[in-house]
Ligand binder design. Structure first.
Ligand SMILES: Nc1ncnc2c1ncn2[C@@H]1O[C@H](COP(=O)(O)OP(=O)(O)OP(=O)(O)O)[C@@H](O)[C@H]1O
Ligand SMILES: [Mg+2]
Length: 354
């Protein structure tokens, strides 16, 4: 293993058997299914959730996994956290083999899975939960208390210290789970979509806390999955783009965006944009791709993003068509590509639908 990488994977692979409705049944139905399977040897089908992944994460790095639903992000994190066992290949986490040294891997990491509230003790208060985690993982009593108080303060949970997790909002629960990471300070932290479903303010607190405290101040290596490209751009030193179990690109957000520098991007905000008009724009010469977002359905105001091979050559025809079709242009400007464009460029798909 290379000296300064804290996570390194070697052709890491995980398959899941695809089950269909025919596999479900009780009693006799279940028996007949077993018999049929033996007699007819129905072919078993598998999805490759993680497909020969080779990845290196440096010590202290903030590393992002970006990809659409079903890309294999959660499965990859669970493999590295020694929750799932690989079918092929292996990985080293903090110097330990995820096949052979699973206990040591588990004590090197902390994993926070989205919506994974199972880690709480529902009968203990917020404060007691944190202290309990600390004590369970061997912190001395005084240190556990100190860190609990600090965590409650930074995460804005002080007012809720005496409540039980059952009555907390999902944002508060997510903060409480991060409090656990703060207490234990394992060298590696896995975060599975840490801000999903949180309001903007809670999402901001969570991001700041993870970046400034856990990553920068305590030097924890963070591997985070996300759907939000803005989040990946904001937080990550490097990002791996994942699709159908494979890593399609790895680099800093800036370098990834340079990959789509071929061509330029125009953004137009206008009222009265009809689907027919957008079809016409898509058909123009020099237009590679068009993404439309309606921002005010009442006034019919939309923002459209055009990937073009030559914006200067496109402009006269574009403005002509917009004006003749009655669109009221608010602005047209050149914009930088986003990670979404990188993803589309690499896979021909969108990260998020809509
Ligand atoms: N326990 C399981 N049993 C069977 N198939 C599974 C299981 N877990 C995941 N899969 C399949 O593996 C593939 C990858 O799933 P995974 O949850 O890792 O994707 P993801 O990138 O985390 O997606 P999302 O963004 O929706 O969270 C999917 O096709 C999924 O259906
Ligand atoms: Mg997932």
């Amino acid at each position: 293993m290379v000296k300064d990488s804290i996570i390194e994977t070697f052709d890491l692979t995980k398959r899941f058997e695809v089950s269909s409705h025919e596999d479900v049944g009780y009693g006799l139905e279940y028996l007949s299914r077993l018999v049929k399977r033996k007699l007819f040897k129905r072919e078993r089908r598998f999805t490759v959730a993680v497909d020969r992944v080779n990845l290196k994460v440096e010590r202290g790095e903030f590393f992002g996994l970006l990809g659409p639903n079903g890309a294999g992000k959660t499965t990859l994190l669970k493999l590295l956290a020694a929750i799932l066992y690989p079918d092929e290949g292996t990985a080293y986490v903090n110097g330990y083999d995820i096949r052979k040294e699973r206990r040591q891997v588990r004590s090197s990491i902390n994993i926070i899975v989205s919506g994974g509230w199972l880690g709480f003790n529902w009968w203990l208060s917020v404060e007691q939960n944190l202290k309990f985690f600390g004590r369970l993982y061997g912190l001395p009593k005084k240190l556990a208390e100190e860190r609990t108080n600090e965590a409650l303060k930074i995460l804005g949970l002080e007012e809720h210290r005496n409540e039980v997790p059952f009555y907390l909002s999902s944002g508060m629960r997510q903060k409480l789970l991060l409090g656990k990471a703060f207490l234990l300070r394992s060298p590696v932290l896995f975060l599975d979509e840490p801000t999903i479903g949180l309001d903007p303010k809670a999402a901001y607190t969570v991001r700041q806390f993870v970046k400034e405290k856990l990553n920068k101040e305590y030097g924890m290596t963070v591997l985070m999955s996300t759907h939000y490209m803005e989040e990946a751009e904001m937080l990550c030193d490097r990002v791996a783009i994942m699709d159908e179990g494979r890593i399609v690109a790895v680099d800093t957000p800036d370098n990834l965006k340079k990959l789509v520098k071929k061509g330029e991007f125009l953004e137009i905000k206008a009222a009265n944009m009809t689907p027919e008009l957008i079809k016409k724009i898509e058909g123009l010469e020099f237009v590679e791709d068009v993404v439309t977002r309606m921002i005010n359905p009442v006034l019919g105001i939309s923002v459209i993003r055009i990937h073009t091979s030559n914006s200067r050559a496109l402009m006269p025809e574009l403005t002509h068509i917009l004006q003749s079709e009655g669109a009221q242009i608010r602005f047209i400007r050149n914009i930088e590509p986003t990670l979404e464009d990188v993803f589309m460029n690499m896979t021909g798909k969108r990260l998020r639908e809509g």
